[in-house]
Ligand binder design. Structure first.
Ligand SMILES: Cc1cc2nc3c(=O)[nH]c(=O)nc-3n(C[C@H](O)[C@H](O)[C@H](O)COP(=O)(O)OP(=O)(O)OC[C@H]3O[C@@H](n4cnc5c(N)ncnc54)[C@H](O)[C@@H]3O)c2cc1C
Ligand SMILES: *[C@@H]1O[C@H](CO)[C@@H](O)[C@H](O)[C@H]1NC(C)=O
Ligand SMILES: *[C@@H]1O[C@H](CO)[C@@H](O)[C@H](O)[C@H]1NC(C)=O
Ligand SMILES: *[C@@H]1O[C@H](CO)[C@@H](O)[C@H](O)[C@H]1NC(C)=O
Length: 510
């Protein structure tokens, strides 16, 4: 026994010597080897909408201010956050508002010293093509419908369903605060609400609501109008995106004084990003000995250029009607774009509403500032709303309906003269923007799976998240996820990627 006891310890000493030697040698042997790699030198972001602006900010937060970030924008900073000018006042003509629980957007507003725009109260109603079928006594559509006896328990069920989805969705902020990232959209959704959440991106909102006992009548009268007004599509859109828009219809919406797009320009300024007004045409791969390098090819005022980057973030939706981007010698190459985007036409009309069309011969008695159209085949518009300018001055009031006001009409097609003359008694001006507004959800077809986030080692696709749900906040959530994912992958922090059961983990860790 004594013998054996001595042996190991002497062996131990004997073994230690070469180990120590090795340890001493390591620093010399491994200079520039595994260790923590250098941070990326240069990053390209394609698109300066809220997705691109937010990812620029989050990337800088992660990698530090020494990383140079170039942001390519083909059109306008802000993208689908945009304004139009009527009589020297600006009005929101893209995304008009956010939900109060959109925490990244709230943070940006605070960070940039922006202000919430004051809400000017107004009432809504639903139009069935002949009459206003549902009228509301306060601003938010569904608050009143809660009291609408003929929908009975349906409203309560809807409310609980939406609240549950929102509550689970809110977990993302906690995960992201702890720097957890997901390499797929499905993985992100699963971490929030299990397989149920992933299924909600496949099953229609109509079916989902029927499944929890919401009446068909409530779906036809109310839900379908809300889906039309928010996404220009029917109750066949998936339950997940449907729930997000119903959360908006329940109220607590806000917008930004001076225009929602100020968040984008503000974030780009704050990060001192290099904004390049150019259209990206292609991304190609260059393998050097050590790493992947990506060449971004662009066109700027008719001349072609290109530049090299360690990381490229694609923050512009890939669809056939967008600016095409081709990928050269990238393996694996991209999956086909998921499908088309859905057109929504915004007409900003300065004029006199034809209240007779809605059954109010005397315009003075017309009490509504916003009208949603029921989803009928011959409906000429999705929604119609009297707008407040983005800078609401003290003492601003909504124009009474007998006075000329600025209206936003959303429709499937551009309104022709006859349709304009039906909706308005007369008008001073009409400005039209045709948006490729949202994914055409029903056209996702059989493939039903969501687009990838990692297109190639250092090439990330942010905008695919819109196929789960399209909103400014979803782009911001995807932006933070992509920044964390790129950072965690760059430094090999695998324990911060695709972790299962985060809810439980974070509870016990804290
Ligand atoms: C009419 C309408 C109403 C909406 N209502 C709401 C709402 O109430 N609430 C809400 O949250 N969301 C709403 N949305 C959706 C919201 O606007 C979008 O989800 C969000 O703005 C998307 O931001 P993004 O940065 O991901 O994309 P985008 O804003 O589309 O930004 C992409 C940018 O990339 C640029 N780009 C594209 N291709 C290239 C290229 N090859 N090279 C260089 N640049 C390129 C584009 O010019 C664009 O500026 C609405 C949208 C529309 C159109
Ligand atoms: C999700 O859908 C799959 C396939 O349709 C089904 O097998 C599974 O039970 C569903 N899961 C949940 C939690 O709804
Ligand atoms: C509108 O509001 C923004 C943000 O507060 C401000 O920067 C801008 O100067 C205002 N514009 C006008 C015309 O008042
Ligand atoms: C207004 O609506 C009424 C009722 O639908 C219609 O008869 C009329 O032509 C419309 N237009 C004008 C300019 O009054």
């Amino acid at each position: 026994m004594g013998h054996r006891a001595i042996l190991p310890s002497s062996l131990h000493i004997f073994r230690m010597a070469p180990l120590l030697l090795l340890v001493a040698l390591v620093p010399q042997l491994c200079t520039g080897q595994p260790g923590p790699p250098d941070p990326p030198g240069r990053i390209a972001v394609i698109g300066a909408g809220i997705g691109g602006s937010a990812v620029t900010y989050f990337l800088q937060q992660q990698f530090g201010p020494q990383v140079q970030i170039d942001v390519y924008e083909a059109d306008r900073v802000g993208g689908r956050l945009a304004t139009l000018t009527v009589n020297s006042q600006q009005y929101e003509c893209g995304s008009p508002s956010m939900h109060s629980l959109n925490l990244h957007m709230q943070d940006f507003v605070k960070l940039l010293g922006l202000k919430h725009r004051k809400e000017v109260a107004g009432k809504s109603a639903i139009f069935n093509g002949e009459n206003l079928v549902l009228e509301e006594t306060d601003w938010y559509l569904l608050n009143l419908f809660r009291l609408w006896w003929h929908y009975g328990i349906s409203f309560l069920r809807l409310q609980m369903w939406v609240e549950e989805v929102m509550e689970k969705f809110m977990r993302i902020y906690k995960y992201q605060a702890h720097e957890y990232a997901f390499s797929t959209i499905e993985g992100l959704l699963r971490s929030l609400g299990g397989d149920h959440f992933v299924n909600m991106t496949q099953k229609s909102v109509g079916e989902s609501l029927q499944g929890i006992g919401v009446s068909q009548r409530f779906i036809d009268d109310v839900i379908s109008a809300v889906m039309k007004a928010s996404y220009g599509q029917s109750v066949s859109i998936p339950g997940f995106v449907g729930a997000m828009s119903l959360a908006g219809a329940q109220g607590n919406m806000w917008s930004i004084e001076g225009g929602n797009k100020l968040v984008c320009s503000g974030l780009l300024k704050l990060t001192k990003a290099n904004v390049i007004h150019a259209r990206v045409t292609a991304v190609s791969l260059h393998n050097t000995e050590k790493k992947h390098l990506y060449e971004v090819h662009y066109e700027q005022e008719g001349t072609l250029g290109s530049d090299f980057y360690d990381l490229v973030i694609l923050a512009a939706p890939l669809h056939k009607a967008g600016y095409p981007i081709t990928f050269l010698n990238l393996q694996p190459s991209l999956p086909e774009p998921m499908g088309p985007y859905h057109r929504v036409v915004t007409s900003i009309v300065h004029g006199y509403l034809n209240s007779s069309y809605f059954g109010f011969v005397d315009p003075k008695l017309f009490p509504f500032s916003s009208i949603l159209s029921m989803d009928t085949p011959d409906a000429i518009f999705h929604s119609l709303e009297s707008l407040c300018p983005v800078n609401v001055s003290v003492g601003f009031r909504r124009k009474p309906p007998q006075e000329a006001a600025v209206w936003r009409v959303l429709s499937q097609r551009p309104l022709d003269r006859k349709e304009l003359k039906t909706l308005f008694k007369s008008y001073y001006s009409v400005q039209v923007i045709e948006w490729q507004a949202f994914p055409s959800y029903a056209a996702a077809g059989s493939s039903k799976s969501l687009p990838p986030i990692i297109l190639h080692d250092g090439l990330y696709y942010l905008s695919g998240v819109e196929w789960a749900a399209s909103s400014a906040e979803m782009s911001a959530v995807a932006a933070k996820n992509v920044a964390l994912l790129a950072f965690n992958r760059w430094f090999g922090l695998n324990e911060k990627i695709d972790q299962q059961d985060l809810m439980h983990k974070l509870k016990t860790e804290l």
